[in-house]
Ligand binder design. Structure first.
Ligand SMILES: Cc1ncc(COP(=O)(O)O)c(C=O)c1O
Length: 383
């Protein structure tokens, strides 16, 4: 150590202290060989062939330099058209490296040191991390386990304080698979009206629904930042195509500036191929994904009931269900036992204390693999 280092030992900046990889990753990384993966939220359906063909053509035939920071104009126009109710100009959209980047940027552009952000409990752990990176304070509203993790406006309202700067909604939800009804969204809008609070609407699963198409919170509340992308609907997680969309010029400009300084632009090859993401072929691929996940979800919930006598929430979208393992003990212990018998799950507490006693089960698996997974779980938990 140099004398200067002895006097001033290095400490991470406050915004980074205590940040850890999520429990989702921690479990996944300890998985034994040939494990059944009920853990990661990653589609197992192949990326549609027309997308792969187009990306390979673009890579071979075109020069792929930087694009403009917020993305190629034609792609931004296509994204803007997805939200006709907002009548967004092209400048209302920033194309990002996956929706994760859009989410991080949205928090950094709305939260200042000490500000509060209202997050669902349970919810995707990245929200909590992003709020802390922005040096804000996460505050939670319960999505009560006792109501199968459905929305409760009274819980939401309880979390709002004069320090609240942002609130998050996610529909369909990771980890519960639940969808917010138009009524829920209307109540949220009424609760937020006049408060100046930004609503971050995570719509990454919006194409994966099993009944009515979920509505966007932006249809109900003006100060909404939409966060979305192609990762889940077209099995393109590794392609890194996401976006932020917002009608407020100042806010979306801030996101654009931050994006320019963090990633410059997302891959030109990905962006150009993604122009095909709204063609008839792409819409057929999204519908196929919906049909497959819907039938798998029904199959799995039924299997848990029949084979293990356990209740799992009925998924309305995405590819998740919460399995109630309270009768079997602590969720971390239960997930650990499953892991040792080569089944990856995620303890519900990874998503907040409301998830305690549950496992998040992702059904990105064939029926055959899911049957084997449930057999292994039964063997280690019940037999
Ligand atoms: C709720 C939610 N939001 C955002 C993301 C980020 O996805 P991506 O960055 O691939 O768009 C994920 C990924 O698992 C997610 O589950």
């Amino acid at each position: 150590m140099t004398p200067a280092e002895q006097v001033h030992p290095f400490e991470l900046p406050h915004r980074m202290r205590g940040l850890q990889p999520t429990l989702i990753r921690q479990f996944f990384e300890r998985a034994l060989p040939d494990s059944i993966n009920f853990g990661l939220g990653e589609p197992d359906l192949p990326t549609p062939d027309f997308m792969r063909q187009e990306a390979s053509r673009v890579a071979l035939e075109e020069q792929n330099g930087y694009t403009s920071h917020p993305g190629i104009p034609a792609l931004r126009d296509k994204i803007a058209e997805q939200y006709p109710h907002l009548n967004l100009p092209r400048t209302g959209v920033v194309v990002t490296c996956g929706s994760q980047e859009a989410m991080t940027a949205a928090f950094l552009c709305t939260i200042d040191e000490g500000d509060e952000a209202l997050l669902p409990n349970p919810s995707f752990p990245a929200y909590d991390a992003c709020v802390r990176i922005a040096q804000g304070k996460p505050v939670y509203y319960r999505m009560p386990a006792g109501r199968d993790f459905g929305f409760d406006i009274e819980e939401f309202k309880k979390g709002i304080t004069p320090r609240t700067k942002a609130a998050v909604v996610i529909s369909p939800s990771n980890p519960t698979g639940r969808i917010l009804t138009p009524d829920d969204l209307q109540q949220i809008a009424e609760a937020l009206e006049g408060t100046g609070i930004w609503l971050l609407s995570d719509e990454i699963y919006s194409d994966l629904y099993f009944g009515e198409r979920p509505r966007s919170a932006s249809e109900f509340y003006g100060k909404t930042i939409i966060i979305s992308g192609l990762s889940k609907s077209l099995s393109m997680t590794g392609w890194r195509l996401g976006w932020a969309a917002c009608a407020d010029r100042e806010l979306i400009n801030a996101i654009q500036v931050l994006h320019g300084f963090t990633t410059v632009c997302t891959s030109a090859i990905t962006q150009k191929a993604s122009l095909l993401a709204w063609t008839d072929e792409a819409e057929a691929a999204k519908k196929h994904a919906r049909d497959v996940y819907k039938s798998r979800g029904e199959f799995l919930v039924d299997l848990f009931d029949k084979e293990m006598g356990l209740h799992a929430t009925k998924p309305e979208g995405a590819f998740y269900s919460m399995l109630d393992v309270r009768s079997l003990g602590d969720d971390i212990d239960v997930a650990e036992k499953c892991l040792q018998n080569r089944v990856i799950t995620v303890p519900g507490v990874a998503f907040g204390d409301e998830g305690k006693g549950f496992l998040r089960i992702s059904f990105c698996n064939t029926e055959e693999r899911m049957t084997e997974g449930v057999r292994r779980m039964k063997e280690v938990l019940l037999d």
